[in-house]
Design a protein around this ligand. Structure first.
Ligand code: FES
Ligand SMILES: [Fe+2]
Length: 372
């Protein structure tokens, strides 16, 4: 029999609660991992006009140079603090709309109105940028540590062997509540009655695998009744084998693989990938970038739209639950002995892991500050 267990005190500090006094910088900035790539935008959102986006409590301005290269700077002019995003893109540079300071993509100042020679070293903060698979990634920590090899793998987003679409959902919660929702899919039985619900998802054993690079939460459900989603959209009627693998990589990335196969006709099978990048906007809001990709009927645009709509409707159901959860976490005191059981395995493991990474990053930042 699987028993109940108490709340993990390490994980509590990292959950979607307001940070304790002294536990974080003003605004709670220390609750976010910084030396990681985060999805900042869809490629199509960034063009020749400045785009303002708040990421990890910081205002950022994004634009494209003349050759299409995306750039990102702190959206706070170092002169008097006006948002650079209220200015204009001129050539490759962005020019502040207040008094005309100009900056190029690496943050160097390129023009000071009324002064012929720009003072050496005049610059503003820049963020390393990479564009992959239809998404624009920003490195939110020390630029010297940015390594494109560490960009999380979302290649299904534009892989010709897959088809699908996605969008961004604004969610009024700390990003951890989105992450934890995805790491425990047993909620589908209760929250998604019309789409993803199966009895099996509650009863099936949960396996977790952790290799130091990623955490996987696996449910293997054999000979079960297909969920309404797979009945309606993929034509499954009889019993199916249904395998879910939820893979989490820090800071805020989850790829869900769902494989469904008819037990009577093994040739009837489909694999979906749900890509989830949960980028913090503030302590209490998240840019939830998601995309649903499948490996069959690639040219069926109507199926793409139907799957997108069905998935979005399920996410709306999630958003309603976790936004209410966030309000409760913010207003009610912690219970002395919150309840946990086997469905929480993946959530607990991720919370402990990220709490450890936050401690390590804080120590590393402290050492760098002391040395500098
Ligand atoms: S505030 Fe930007 S140039 Fe003055
Ligand atoms: Fe859900």
């Amino acid at each position: 029999m699987i028993g109940l267990c108490g709340w993990d005190t390490v994980a509590r500090a990292e959950r979607g609660r307001r940070p304790a006094a002294g536990a974080a910088e003003p605004g709670g900035t220390a609750i976010f991992l910084r030396n990681y790539w985060y999805v900042a935008a869809w490629s199509g959102e960034v063009g020749r006009a400045p785009l303002q986006r708040w990421l990890l409590n910081e205002p950022v301005v994004l634009w494209r140079r003349g050759d299409g290269t995306p750039c990102a700077l702190a959206d706070r002019c170092p002169h008097r603090g006006a948002p650079l995003s209220n200015g204009r893109v001129v050539g490759d540079d962005i020019v502040c709309g207040y008094h005309g300071l100009g900056f190029c993509g690496d943050g160097s100042c390129t023009q000071v109105p009324g002064i012929d020679d720009v003072p050496a070293g005049l610059s503003t903060r820049h963020y390393p940028v990479a564009e992959r698979w239809g998404w624009i990634f920003l490195w939110m920590g020390d630029p010297a540590l940015a390594d494109e090899a560490a960009i999380p793998d979302y290649h299904w987003n534009d892989d010709p062997g897959w088809a699908g679409r996605g969008e961004t959902l604004p969610v009024a919660v700390n990003y951890t509540l989105v992450r934890d929702n995805l790491l425990d899919l047993s909620h589908a039985h209760f929250v998604h009655q019309k789409t993803l619900a199966t009895d099996a998802v509650v009863d099936a054993p949960v396996k977790t695998e952790f290799d130091g690079e990623s955490l996987r939460v696996i449910r293997d459900m054999r000979g079960i009744e297909p969920s309404p989603f797979f009945k309606r959209l993929c034509g499954f009627n009889g019993a199916v084998d249904h395998r879910q693998e939820v893979t989490f990589t820090p800071a805020a990335n989850i790829v869900i693989s769902v494989r469904v196969r008819s037990t009577e006709n093994p040739d009837h099978a489909v694999e979906n990938r749900v890509l989830n990048a949960m980028t913090p906007e503030t302590d209490r809001s998240t840019h939830y970038f998601w995309s649903l990709q499948r490996d069959t009927q690639l040219d069926d645009a109507a199926l793409t739209d139907a799957m997108f709509t069905a998935n979005r409707d399920t996410f709306f159901e999630d958003v309603a639950v976790i936004e209410a959860q966030q309000k409760m976490l913010d207003t009610a005191p912690e219970p002395a002995q919150p309840v946990r059981w086997h469905i929480d395995k993946g959530v607990d493991r991720a919370q402990r892991w990220v709490a450890k990474l936050l401690r390590e990053e804080a120590a590393q930042t402290g050492r760098a500050a002391a040395a500098g």
